[in-house]
Design a protein around this ligand. Structure first.
Ligand code: PLP
Length: 401
């Protein structure tokens, strides 16, 4: 009999972690890899943020912090949330955790009864379904269309809701599609939510400030503030401030939910690293031009990648409005034959072919809930992004009917 619990049967290793293991092996064998799977900015954390961490250590901020998050950081988060959502959250309605990921996990653990349904629009961030499973819930995939820029449509949302629905996951800009909603689209979704008062919403806003039109993504609370009593806002410093390794995320929402999440946290991690919290405080309260600079650099990389991919036969890429991923449709290439005679039967085969022939690493779209696509990250240096896209274009051209 296995030591591994039954509930782990449904849960997989994150595909990006699995890809990293394979890429490390290939590198050890001496292969040059252009890694376009990466889910983190290649920028260094800005110097003033690192300095704040050193100063916190020197001041002796090395003891257990308050489990729910230090007061100065929670106050800074509250100020940031006014800008990002228009809602004023008191500090007892804010929790700081070990990355946005742990905020999501705490929320699911503290709210799901066995069999509760969580609507996850596809394409989705790979971790959502597995986190829901771990917490005993049932992930319900809501597919979206490339033709609709992979956005949730109000009618489709209404059809997906059942009496067992507890949560809707929203993530804009989306990982992987880069979709961002405008005011009319958010109002349409808000209307469905108002008609279904048992449904709560987790807004994963981790890419909200990395948009390409100079404005942060509009938040559903900015158009429907009346929904605040059943929305959990999730964000963090990982992507906007190039702080993935510091592991600081935060959540804000109704008091009883945050209180339950704080209990889960107090009985698991005891809270996020004190030094990282000091760094996150400097990130949120210090100069913000780094965020604008990162966003414009991502925009340049996006444009460079799309300029090449738009000439790649068989690929159809929607231009992302934010984040740092492109999610091309490759269904036109399925069934074609590679120069070595192998048939490309799926997106996973295409990704495998591209890795084998050129060392360019991508992630298959099936892992994101939409087979016939793949995810390309443009978080790497622009020359690598260009070189990788040229190689992809060449290999798509080499496929024969
Ligand atoms: N949410 C989405 C959509 C993500 O893509 C990621 C990271 O890839 C996270 C959350 C995790 O963020 P954090 O590093 O703050 O845990």
């Amino acid at each position: 009999m296995s030591i591994v619990a039954e509930r782990m049967r449904q849960v997989k290793l994150s595909p990006s972690v699995a890809a990293r293991i394979i890429l490390n092996r290939l590198r050890e064998e001496g292969r040059r890899i252009i890694d376009l799977t990466i889910g983190e900015p290649d920028f260094a954390t800005p110097a003033h943020i690192c300095k704040a961490a050193v100063e916190a250590m020197e001041r002796g901020e090395t003891k257990y912090p308050l489990s729910q998050g230090t007061m100065p950081l929670r106050r800074a988060v509250a100020n940031r949330l006014i800008l990002d959502t228009g809602v004023t959250y008191p500090v007892d309605q804010i929790i700081v955790s070990t990355g946005a990921k742990q905020v999501l996990y705490n929320a699911l653990m503290s709210s799901l009864e066995d069999g509760d349904e969580v609507i996850i629009p596809a394409p989705y961030w790979v971790s959502y379904p597995d986190m829901v499973e771990l917490a005993g819930g049932t992930p319900v995939t809501l597919s979206t269309d490339a033709g609709k820029r992979y956005k949730i449509e109000p009618e489709a949302l209404a059809r997906a809701i059942t009496p067992k629905t507890k949560w809707l996951m929203m993530n804009a800009p989306s990982n992987p599609s880069g979709a961002v909603y405008d005011e009319a689209e958010l109002l349409g979704l808000a209307e469905v939510l108002r008609a279904n008062p048992h449904v709560w919403v987790m807004t994963d806003d981790i890419y909200a400030r990395l948009t390409f039109n100079g404005r942060p993504a509009l938040h559903i609370l900015q158009v429907a503030p009346g929904l605040a009593d059943r929305i959990l806002v999730v964000n963090g410093v990982s992507k906007a401030y190039a702080m993935t390794g510091w592991r600081i995320g935060y959540g804000a929402g109704p008091k009883d939910l945050i209180k339950a999440m704080a209990v889960v946290q107090s009985q698991s991690t005891s809270g996020a690293c004190s030094i990282s919290q000091a760094a996150a405080l400097a990130a949120l309260t210090g100069p913000q031009d780094c965020v604008t600079e990162f966003a414009s650099s991502f925009r340049e990389r996006r444009d460079a990648a799309l300029a090449i991919l738009s000439d790649a036969p068989g690929l159809n890429a929607v231009s992302p409005d934010g984040g740092f991923y492109i999610f091309p449709d490759c269904t036109a290439l399925i069934g074609k034959t590679a120069p070595d005679g192998t048939t490309i039967k799926s997106d996973a085969d295409l990704v495998q072919y591209i890795l084998k022939e050129s060392g360019v690493a991508l992630l298959d779209g099936g892992s994101y809930g939409i087979p016939g696509t793949f995810r390309l990250s443009f978080a790497s240096a622009i020359d690598e992004v260009r070189e990788g896209c040229e190689a992809i274009k060449g290999l798509c051209t080499a496929l024969a009917d």
